[in-house]
Design a protein. Structure first.
Length: 188
């Protein structure tokens, strides 16, 4: 499997661009191989796939994370539409604590984002009828799920959608700021 890996400004957060093989029949692409990812230094045991469909542009999901021992690594990709995908460093002892990176992921680009444990994750849809698939290394555990406000001034995330056009779930609308968030034992 041939691919490009682009390291972001945050340790462990990488954009992955798989190679597409196209011919007159269409396109084939290997998007995940445990063996290959281990060769590249990513020893991950994905245990669950999640699939979200957002009907409108401006649907924001996040910023979410799970506390240890149920923290999750995530591999995110878009199969229809496009998103602005964000990872926020929530490791209190990290030199980049509170820093964020954002990457546009789209069905057209076929790119993916690997978000390791110790980061909050969220995305906003850039197109209607956007579908997102992501793999996680730990099942969803509601009692360990936490969130941070998408518009926390301390984070100052440059979302590419006007805040007045963003659609949120109640849990995200009422999420605490990073300063108020329960981080527990976030993986380093």
């Amino acid at each position: 499997m041939s691919l490009q890996i682009r390291q972001s400004a945050l340790a462990g957060v990488v954009e992955i661009i798989p190679q597409r093989h196209a011919d007159e029949r269409g396109v084939f692409c290997e998007t995940w191989s445990a063996e290959r990812f281990r060769e590249w230094g990513f020893d991950l045991d994905f245990v669950q796939d999640n699939h979200s469909i957002s009907g409108a542009r401006g649907v924001l999901r996040g910023l979410h994370y799970q506390l240890a021992p149920h923290a999750q690594d995530k591999l995110i990709r878009v199969i229809r539409g496009a998103i602005f995908d964000v990872a926020v460093d929530i490791r209190p002892l990290s030199p980049t604590f509170g820093a964020w990176v954002g990457v546009e992921l789209s069905a057209e680009k076929w790119n993916q984002l690997l978000v390791p444990k110790g980061y909050a994750h969220g995305f906003v849809t850039l197109e209607p009828s956007t579908e997102v698939l992501y793999k996680v290394t730990h099942p969803y555990t509601p009692s360990h799920e936490r969130g941070i406000r998408f518009d926390d001034p301390q984070l100052a995330i440059a979302w590419p959608i006007d805040h007045g056009q963003i659609q949120l779930a109640d849990k995200d609308r009422h999420a605490p700021s990073l300063a108020e968030a329960e981080l527990g034992q976030v993986p380093a």
